[in-house]
Design a protein around this ligand. Sequence first.
Ligand code: ATP
Length: 471
Amino acid sequence: MNETGATIWIVDDDRAVRFVLAAALREAGYQPREFGDAETALAALADATPDLLFTDVRMPGASGLRLLERIAAHEPRFAVIVMSAFTDVASTASAYRLGAFDYLPKPFDLDQAVAAARRALAQPRNVATATSAQDHAEDAELIGRSPGMRELFRAIGRVAASGLGVLITGETGTGKELVARALHRESARAARPFIALNTAAIPAELLESELFGHELGAFTGAARRHAGRFEQADGGTLFLDEIGDMPLALQTRLLRVLAAGEFYRIGGRELIRADVRVIAATHQDLDAKVARGEFRADLLHRLDVVRVHLPALRERREDVPLLAEHFLTRAVAAVGSAAKRFSPAALGALRDYDWPGNVRQLENLCRRLAVLTPGREIGVGDLPPAIVESVPQNEGAGWSTALRAWADQRLATGAENIHAEAHAEFERVLLDAALAAHGGHRQHAATSLGLSRNTMTRKLGSSRRKRNRVD
Ligand SMILES: Nc1ncnc2c1ncn2[C@@H]1O[C@H](COP(=O)(O)OP(=O)(O)OP(=O)(O)O)[C@@H](O)[C@H]1O
């Protein structure tokens, strides 16, 4: 099909969105048609079929996801692009699962939307694979609106249902486990167990038994038969955190089990079969570990079918206020104290801090503040000094720091009358700067300082006299 001239339907209860999107699509040579709700669009489908449809998710009446579900049964097929400000994993993943071609987080650029339309229209028909919708138990949600997080939500949406092995990389506390849980929740294994094992938290000698289980008396202390995490995760997902810390011998065993899908418990004779999707995570550079011979290349290849990277919190500062408010509200509710909020300046300081411990560090801080701050508003003064002090100093602050250092030093030497001294210096610097900026033109220099010309002349005279005296 020649894509220009294609009909594109836009379903959104927000008139402004429909209007600008339709204008952009029309300009690009398409024929847009607007619908204010899902029901009207569904009714129109009875006697017309668009080439492409854009839909919002949250609308009064049937939601965009419901619309998507109905469209999945419609013949002939056409592509759907879902647009939503509700950038959580659940709606993105549901959109993909229901066969959406693409997901546009709002607000989007019109160029971005037109490009998405072009891509969708270039696709052969019947590529959409729609399955039935599934409801999911609420789990801890990944929060974020930054471009990095939106990209991550899309990646989760695309990868979750594939059942492929995933390697999640990112610094400590960035939310790797939450991503693994989201991948599980949005997969066909969602009804089966999600089992997590932190390789770094378990002594090496116990790790094998944790993973594969043991029989009674298999080793000293094995007082009972124990099913390993692999067995527990049968049919579901096994999340192996800090995989980079796994000893080499165990890496070899893990690789064999992954290849064969079966294993023996330690000391056991019964061959156990387990159908497990392994999702691994690491904050280390596994490629470098492979190069140093500390990690098996073949295991890395097996785990690293798809790589999902979590940006550090300082690389997505725009998410900090959002996360901080979320964690504070949750912590306040948990301790049952009165509602609290951050002052704008406190939120600014949190945003500027570098967060070496990432989201976990921010979450812990909010818990502490919920308990320890007496007032309703958490100000900059309530924040730990490390956070406040790291805030980059603006020019004024740099200048006052220098002035303070000077004053401390003069006072320490027993100086008197330093106010006059500082004041004279202050005037001299300002006057010199203004004159220099205006090529010595007094009137202009005076105006830029907010002084009258007379005052300027008087100050210049006294500044010169004082300087001569000092000289
Ligand atoms: N985007 C996010 N939205 C909401 N909560 C988050 C987000 N990212 C992380 N968290 C919370 O921060 C804490 C740390 O997250 P998580 O345990 O997933 O990090 P991790 O990367 O697996 O850490 P580690 O590498 O140390 O194991 C958890 O309590 C998690 O719920």
